[in-house]
Design a protein around this ligand. Structure first.
Ligand SMILES: C[S@@+](CC[C@H](N)C(=O)[O-])C[C@H]1O[C@@H](n2cnc3c(N)ncnc32)[C@H](O)[C@@H]1O
Length: 289
């Protein structure tokens, strides 16, 4: 055993006592980030190279600061994004919805599909679509000025790593309810991971104390922002255009009915995440005639 592996074992049990969900993984990822090695090579770090700041980072994680705030990085599909105070940490659940959007756009018979991401946060969805659908023009809307600093930073970061995304994600500042009127009736796909947690619900400390409130809460039933996304998508989409909106696991039936046929939508459909829980709804805006 090396010194680092011994310290990781102690750290993992300390994180477990603090209620961290994946203590061993988090201890290893913190060690790998700090020592600048892949997780698979932690056993190769020489004892003299052990960095005692490891224990500062473990103390932060034991106080339930999110792993991604400690490393400053979040991974989303094929992207490495910067995150920290003031921005929502992108989640794995959202990768599935983004994958659905990528597949639909790839199959669309449109030269340069126009996409809007309502509530951009770190830019995860908008940038993944720009990276994976090289023809897409993506308009990302974000109301929160602190969050927008991270969106801008990630747009610039991804443009360096994937130059084909440069200039294809445009960030718009403001409330998506009233934004992008110049695109009304022309958008091919609207995607959104809006706030959807009912006010007063319990959330873990990593979420409640670190994700911004504007990214989490949305009225007594959690559906307020999703209703606004529905009205905004109706305004923005061309006939036959598509919408995808994320929601909480228990909201599947309610969100399905928000996108019901009597509201002008076609083929509303519930989709599950990787854990098999209801996670997003898609629908097509009606084709005239
Ligand atoms: C749950 S986060 C999602 C961020 C990112 N799209 C993702 O999936 O990781 C929701 C984001 O929507 C933003 N937001 C909430 N209501 C908004 C509104 N009415 N107009 C614009 N942005 C809004 C929040 O500030 C937050 O950044």
């Amino acid at each position: 055993m090396t010194l680092l592996l011994d310290e990781i074992a102690v750290a993992a049990s300390r994180l477990a006592q603090a209620g961290v969900e994946s203590p061993r993984t988090d201890a290893e990822l913190i060690a790998a980030h700090l020592h600048g090695v892949p997780r698979s090579q932690l056993h190769l770090v020489a004892d003299v190279d052990f960095d005692p700041r490891f224990w500062d980072d473990i103390a932060r994680r034991a106080a339930r600061e999110p792993l991604q705030h400690i490393t400053g990085l979040a991974y989303f599909r094929y992207l490495e994004l910067e995150v920290g105070p003031g921005v929502f940490v992108p989640r794995m659940e959202t990768e599935v919805m983004t994958g659905w959007a990528v597949e639909q756009l790839a199959a669309m018979d449109v030269a340069e599909p126009v996409v809007t991401d309502l509530g951009a946060g770190s830019g995860a969805i908008a940038l993944a679509i720009a990276q994976e659908v090289p023809r897409a023009q993506v308009h990302a809307v974000e109301a929160d000025p602190l969050a927008r600093q991270w969106t801008e930073r990630n747009i610039a970061r991804v443009a360096k790593a994937a130059p084909h995304t440069a200039g294809r994600v445009t960030l718009h500042a403001g409330d998506f309810a009233a934004m992008l009127t110049e695109l009304d009736g022309t958008v091919d796909l609207v995607v959104s991971n809006p706030p959807y947690i009912p006010v007063g619900s319990w959330v873990p400390p990593e979420v409640g104390e670190y994700d911004p409130a504007t990214a989490l809460w949305s009225g007594a039933d959690g559906l307020g922002a999703i209703r606004v996304v529905e009205r905004t998508a109706e305004r923005l989409l061309r006939p036959g255009g598509l919408v995808a909106v994320e929601h909480a696991a228990q909201q599947g039936p309610a969100v399905y009915w928000i996108f019901a046929e009597e509201n002008g939508w076609q083929q509303p459909r519930n989709h599950t995440d990787l854990a098999g829980r209801d996670r997003f709804v898609t629908a097509a805006w009606h084709v005239a005639g």
